[in-house]
Design a protein. Structure first.
Length: 329
C-alpha cells in the first residue's frame, strides 16, 4: 500500500530538524564576493574524477553535515532517465568520493532529480514516476511531483508524495526546505501551474508553502519569464535561483536575493556576474549549510562530452566559494 504524506510525516520533519538547527542570523553582506567557479572535481586534492561525465550531471546540493553530496545524472548505471547519485566523505577535510546511485526506492525507471537533503536523514526530491496521488489530472502521465523520504537503519523508506497543497496537475520541482526562527516549516519550489505571476502564462514561477499548507507565490521573485529551481539558505534570508528574465548572459542564469527575515518580501533579485554566469545555461544553484559554497550545473565551454551518440554538450557541476567578512563587534 502506498504511504501518504500525513501530519505525522510533517511532525517528523519539524521535530527532527528543529532539534538540530542552531539559528544563525547571517546576511549576504557578511560574505565577500564569489570566486571564479571551477569543476567540482578540482575543489579538493583527491576528489573523485567521476563527478562530471559526458552525460547530464546537475541538480547539485551538499547535505547539511557536509559529508554527503547529492546530484542528478543520466550517466550509465542508473535505473532509467535522470537518477539521484550520492557522494560521501568521512570528514569535511577529506576529498569527495565517487558518486553512487541511490538505488530504489529513491530512484525509479522514470526521471528522479532535484534532491534536497535535510537534517535528520530526510530527503525531498522530484520524480516523474507513475503514482495514484496525481493531483488534479489523472490523464497527465508522469508529470513531475515532489516526494519525501528518509534514511533509517534499514535503508531509504518508501517515498511519499507530499500532497496536493504543494503538487498540482502541472509540474513541480526543486524543493528547498528550511525552518524559520518561529519554528515553522518553509518549503520553496518551482511550478508551472496556472494562476502564476503572468495571467494566462505557462512560464515557471517560484512558490512557497508554510507547514506544508497551500502554495503561495513568492513575493518579489517572479516575472513573466521562467523563474525556477530556488534554493534558500538555512536562515531563510538569502535565495539563489535561475531565470530567463531580461539581463541574462545567455540564460537561464543564476540570480540571488536577500531579505531581513523570513516574514519579509525579498529585495530585488540581483544577477550574478560572469564568470558565475556565462553565455551558456546555468541552473539549480544551491548554497552550502554555512553559505560559503555555491554549486550549480552548467553546459559552458570546457565541460566533458558530448556523450556517445550525441552532439550537444550536457551540464557539469561547478563550485564557487566566498569568505565570511568580519563586521564590527
Amino acid at each position: 500500500m502506498r504511504k501518504r504524506f500525513t501530519w505525522k510525516t510533517t511532525a517528523f520533519i519539524l521535530l527532527t530538524t528543529s532539534s538540530l538547527i542552531v539559528t544563525a542570523v547571517v546576511s549576504a553582506k557578511q560574505f565577500g564576493d564569489w570566486s571564479a567557479p571551477v569543476s567540482m572535481e578540482l575543489t579538493t586534492p583527491g576528489a573523485s574524477s567521476d563527478f562530471n561525465t559526458p552525460y547530464n550531471d546537475g541538480c547539485p546540493i551538499q547535505a547539511p553535515d557536509g559529508l554527503s553530496f547529492y546530484m542528478a545524472s543520466n550517466r550509465p548505471g542508473g535505473l532509467g532517465g535522470q537518477d539521484i547519485w550520492i557522494s560521501s566523505r568521512k570528514s569535511t577535510d577529506d576529498p569527495w568520493g565517487s558518486p553512487v546511485n541511490a538505488g530504489a526506492p529513491v530512484n525509479s525507471p522514470q526521471d528522479d532529480f532535484c534532491p534536497s537533503p535535510i537534517r535528520g536523514h530526510g530527503l525531498f526530491f522530484v520524480s516523474r514516476r507513475p503514482h495514484a496521488d496525481n493531483c488534479g489530472n489523472p490523464t497527465v502521465a508522469n508529470n513531475s511531483d515532489i516526494y519525501f523520504t528518509r534514511l533509517d537503519k534499514d535503508g531509504w523508506e518508501e517515498p511519499q508524495n507530499v500532497g496536493c497543497n504543494i503538487n498540482s496537475a502541472a509540474d513541480e520541482w526543486s524543493p528547498s526546505y528550511f525552518e524559520g526562527e518561529d519554528g515553522q516549516a518553509y518549503l520553496y519550489f518551482a511550478s508551472t501551474r496556472p494562476g502564476g505571476y503572468a495571467a494566462g502564462g505557462t512560464d515557471a514561477d517560484i512558490y512557497f508553502s508554510v507547514n506544508f499548507g497551500p502554495a503561495q507565490l513568492a513575493p518579489g521573485l517572479n516575472t513573466a519569464f521562467d523563474d525556477h529551481r530556488p534554493n534558500v539558505r538555512k536562515d531563510g534570508r538569502e535565495i539563489v535561483f535561475d531565470s530567463t528574465r531580461p539581463g541574462t548572459l545567455g540564460g537561464p542564469d543564476i540570480w540571488t536575493a536577500t531579505r531581513e527575515d523570513e516574514y519579509s518580501d525579498w529585495d530585488d533579485p540581483v544577477h550574478l556576474p560572469a564568470p558565475i554566469n556565462s553565455a551558456s545555461a546555468e541552473s539549480r544553484a544551491s548554497l552550502s549549510w554555512d553559505g560559503s559554497q555555491l554549486v550549480f550545473g552548467s553546459n559552458r565551454a570546457g565541460v566533458e562530452g558530448p556523450a556517445p551518440g550525441t552532439t550537444n554538450l550536457q551540464a557539469d557541476i561547478f563550485v564557487a566559494t566566498r569568505e565570511r567578512v568580519r563586521g564590527p563587534k
